[in-house]
Ligand binder design. Structure first.
Ligand SMILES: *Cc1c(COP(=O)(O)O)cnc(C)c1O
Length: 470
């Protein structure tokens, strides 16, 4: 029995051999990226299988199988040609951070268990709070992504405003039609979907604050309780920022919890331009931001930040007798007291390691570069005279549609649907599409750290090539 059980713990020699196989695969993959498709359409009969059996299997065979079944089909997020949705990242040193976090398996939920690990995560949270412009009372925690961060913030808002079951039908939540759908999901999970919901009208896809103020006044007159306003700092669809400062005035005046979803746009705060566009973000009661977007980390990294950490603590802190050894002797918050998670991935390592290794400079430069690339692409689009374009990109997202010559057969929507399909089956770059005001648009989102001028020029070339084929 012991002999078999010990197979779970390979020897030094075995480890070295297996690690070199894994590293060789990773290096081959990275080296092949320039020649790999960004979108590889799976064949009709593609049905990957992942057998689980009593008998062991050789690692080389497993890696080959993973390559075919997982790493070769669908969207390739590691590719600089990924210009759809909101591209993620995949910094290589983050993988080393994860590797080290997993090998040591440090328990980052509680200070007592890993004072160093928790201190590292708290330092990262503090750095993020400073980026927002929060003071020392602020805090937060690293999450698995924006969705969980939104949920945590929304539950915090509910508890801080003491919204109980009986108050729900009288409490009012304000947002625009452009809010990310994970906010709807979070409201549902938090038991708040039966609040009064006001969809605030927009001007150019941004919240109309005059209308917000009117709605709030109306609701007050009706004896309702305006409870929370949710703004976006970088909408997913159009990449624009709500008027953060003006919304803050309405929220503050009426004691409304002010939540900002900066999952996509938050890290542009590292740039001078971003600081101007996101001015007022520091007035929010809660903010979410996604390091797996704007800091180019692999998926699985979000953060929720709050102006008053004690409120988050009161919303999330629970105690059990079997945890009595974990009461901290020092003044250091534990992630488990600020989030729904107890045991969790030590996700600070994947963020801190690349930050420390590269320094902040390259991150700032990369974000600045993405802003320029989006504007550059937009200007090329306009120059061709072939497209109906949205407004010049406020951050790094823009939307557009091809306008066929007069007298062409078929609707503009149909032309653009075919265009997206042609680009997808080509696969060298990947665009996604959306529907805005009932019209079909293509979207460009520049946020992958491997996207440079070369990829944007290629995207433009492919776009024009495919139009010839329509
Ligand atoms: C990506 C995104 C989310 C969702 O975050 P996940 O990390 O995918 O869970 C929420 N809001 C905005 C604005 C986003 O761009």
């Amino acid at each position: 029995m012991e002999q078999l059980a010990r197979e779970l713990d390979p020897s030094h020699e075995q480890r070295k051999q297996m690690a070199s196989q894994v590293m060789a695969y990773a290096e081959d993959y990275l080296n092949s990226l320039p020649n790999r498709l960004t979108y590889d359409h799976p064949p009709e009969n593609f049905a990957p299988e992942f057998p689980i059996e009593e008998q062991p299997v050789d690692l080389r065979e497993i890696l080959e199988m993973l390559h075919e079944q997982v790493n070769s089909k669908g969207i390739n997020p590691a590719s600089g040609g990924h210009l759809g949705y909101i591209p993620g990242g995949g910094l290589v040193p983050s993988a080393w951070g994860d590797f080290l976090a997993d090998i040591t398996n440090r328990y980052s939920g509680i200070y007592f268990a890993s004072p160093g690990g928790v201190r590292m995560e708290n330092t990262l949270v503090r750095w993020l709070c400073q980026l927002i412009g929060y003071d020392e009372k602020s805090g937060g925690t690293l999450t698995s992504g924006g969705s969980l961060a939104n949920l945590t913030a929304i539950v915090n808002a509910r508890d801080a405003h003491q919204i109980k079951a009986a108050d729900i039908s009288k409490s009012v939540i304000y947002y625009t039609a452009q809010i990310h759908h994970c906010a709807h999901k979070a409201l549902h999970i938090a038991g708040l979907s039966e609040c009064q919901i006001r969809e605030v009208p927009m001007i150019d896809f941004r919240m109309n604050v005059e209308q917000l103020a009117k709605l709030v006044n109306n609701d007050l007159q009706k004896g309702l309780k305006p409870f929370m306003v949710m703004a976006s700092a970088g909408t997913t669809e159009a990449g624009v920022v709500d008027p953060l400062e003006d919304i803050a005035d309405v929220a503050l005046e009426n004691n409304i919890w002010y939540h900002i979803d900066a999952a996509y746009g938050g890290f542009f705060l590292l740039t001078d331009y971003g600081k101007k566009v996101l001015k007022g973000i520091e007035k929010a009661d809660s903010v979410i931001i996604d390091p797996h977007k704007g800091m180019f980390l692999p998926y699985g990294s979000g953060a929720v930040l709050v102006k008053d950490q004690l409120k988050l603590y009161h919303s999330q802190h629970y105690f059990a007798n079997y945890m009595q050894d974990a009461i901290p002797a020092v003044d250091e918050m534990s992630p488990a007291d600020l989030s729904p998670e107890l045991s969790r991935h030590f996700r600070g390592m994947r963020m801190w390691l690349p930050l420390r290794l590269f320094g902040v400079g390259p991150f700032r430069a990369a974000l600045e570069e993405k802003l320029w690339l989006a504007r550059y692409f937009y200007e090329r689009l306009v120059e061709t005279g072939l497209f109906e374009v949205g407004p010049s990109p406020e951050l790094s997202v823009t939307f557009f549609r091809y306008v066929p010559p007069e007298g062409s057969e078929g609707s503009i929507d149909e032309f653009n649907q075919r265009l997206v399909e042609l680009i997808k089956s080509d696969g060298r770059v990947f665009f996604s599409s959306t529907t805005l005001n009932g019209k079909f648009y293509l979207r460009l989102a520049v946020l992958n750290f491997r996207t440079h001028l070369e990829q944007i020029d290629l995207a433009m070339k492919i776009l024009l090539e495919k139009i010839e084929l329509l």
